[in-house]
Design a protein around this ligand. Structure first.
Ligand code: LLP
Length: 433
């Protein structure tokens, strides 16, 4: 019954869903629900396959920079450090988490569309590898903060390559009407590059793009690489030499049977070929490449477990399965109508003979995990697992209705450990005065 035919998820002799060799019903009993559970082996093997594809197709001249916005906590940073990955961070909080976990600063990139002075100063003080600059005001601020500290910081410029990727609107980022980065078409990017090359405190090393998220097609990535290399060549003509190119993240994963993801190796194969072809055509050196997968590393490795509290049948309309979590731990259906696959963890070998709406616990009709979801017969006390929730679930959690954040457990070879403790009601009221 399990759609994810991978080594992460399976069904044991009792008909229970397992993750990383651990019985999910045991995990629910031991740690309580809602519970995020990750398979460490799946996380590591995703990073390794991206890395292997860079080695194979691009002679190892690049780095996998995990986009920590997908799921950031100290243990995740430790795992990335051990895997030799870089980290694409988006806030002082993510940089802080990484450094507190002992993540090497010289593999941290800082990419956001509005960095505060304290964050820039913090990044420079801690000698992170590179700041990815979003706009001209920010460029001046990075320069003056670096100069005031007698420092020099590597900078990449975030560009809008003007490429449309087929994904949902809220996560499209590469087109001209986007809040992220400098536009190439308007000349804004060229002006910024000239400025960056001349400002003190800054070393312009690269250009960066990220065209969107949950993309299942390789051609927009190839197109973006082409546009970026044309721009690098243009800068070369002006005497500005760019050594680094970031192609961002965005690789799609399988949430339901409707999604057909491209194998990671295939992406790097085609994009590397495009990069080399463009470099040869322009007579420029092949750049050092970084890619920033977030979802594709974290999402398939994670599931969320809930306890069913109620079963509410509205005759002729629908059946609601009420669970003990929802929008506070997974806002993605409410935000994007994102679809998921659900399993009754303690009946995972039974047929999915019902179509249900899984309803969250908060005071809001839109708090749903999904509608029209095929599911085994679920009743109060059953454990429901939602699959592929490892990215943008914990990291987008809220305290709506003062619901404490769920715990996160990491499983490896059947052994489990807490990596983020469950919050308590006291935690939720901790900063109240
Ligand atoms: N690099 C940059 C600059 C990004 O903005 C992002 C994601 C990534 C890398 C990682 O992209 P990924 O490989 O995870 O697709 N909250 C939304 C996703 C927002 C993605 C934002 N940027 C969701 O839940 O689907």
């Amino acid at each position: 019954m399990i759609i994810m035919s991978n080594e992460t998820l399976s069904v044991n002799e009792q008909g229970h869903l397992t993750i990383g060799g651990a019985d999910t019903t045991d995990l629910a009993a031991q740690y309580g629900t809602p519970l995020y559970v990750y398979d460490e082996t799946a996380v590591r093997s995703a990073v390794r396959s991206f890395k292997a594809s860079i080695d194979e197709n691009y002679g190892g001249r690049g780095m996998v920079c995990y986009a920590s916005k997908a799921f950031c906590c100290k243990e995740m940073c430790r795992i990335m450090a051990e895997e030799g990955a870089g980290l694409d961070t988006v806030s002082g909080g993510e940089i802080y988490t990484a450094l507190a976990a002992g993540f090497p600063a010289d593999r941290i990139y800082f990419t956001s569309n509005n960095k505060f002075d304290e964050e820039i100063a913090y990044a420079i003080d801690n000698r992170i590898r590179c700041i990815v600059c979003d706009n001209i005001e920010e460029l001046y601020r990075i320069s003056s903060i670096a100069v005031s500290k007698g420092a020099q910081i590597n900078v990449m410029l975030r560009l809008k390559p003007g490429v449309e990727a087929h994904t949902f609107e809220a996560v499209m980022t590469g087109q001209i009407d986007s809040k992220f980065g400098f536009a190439i078409e308007t000349g804004e990017a060229l002006e910024a590059a000239r400025k960056a090359a001349s400002l003190d405190g800054i070393k312009l090393v690269g250009v960066h793009c990220h065209i969107g998220s949950q993309i299942h097609d390789i051609s927009p990535f190839e197109k973006a690489a082409e546009v970026m290399l044309d721009f690098i060549a243009k800068l070369r003509d002006e005497g500005i030499i760019i050594s680094d190119l970031s192609l961002g993240g965005g690789f799609g994963i399988k949430y339901t049977d409707k999604d057909i993801p491209v194998p990671y190796g295939e992406y790097m194969k085609r994009v590397s070929a495009k990069v080399k072809e463009c470099c040869a055509a322009h007579g420029i050196d092949v750049p050092y490449i970084t890619i920033e997968p977030g979802r594709s590393i974290a999402a398939p490795a994670g599931i969320t477990l809930y306890t069913v509290g109620s079963r509410k049948i509205i005759p002729g309309i629908r059946t609601y399965i009420g669970i003990d979590g929802g929008m506070p731990d997974n806002p993605r259906y409410a935000l994007y109508k994102s679809e998921y696959t659900a399993e009754v963890a303690n009946k995972a070998d039974a047929p999915k003979d019902e179509i249900v709406t899984i309803a969250g616990r908060t005071c809001e009709s839109g708090d749903l995990i999904g509608e029209n979801m095929p599911l085994q017969h679920a009743e109060a006390g059953d454990i429901v697992a939602i699959l592929a929730t490892g990215a943008y679930n914990y990291s987008m959690a809220s305290h709506y209705n003062r619901v404490p954040n769920a715990a996160v457990v990491m499983v490896k070879d059947g052994q489990s450990r807490v990596i983020v403790r469950r919050e308590t009601w006291e935690d939720v009221a901790r900063n109240d005065v």
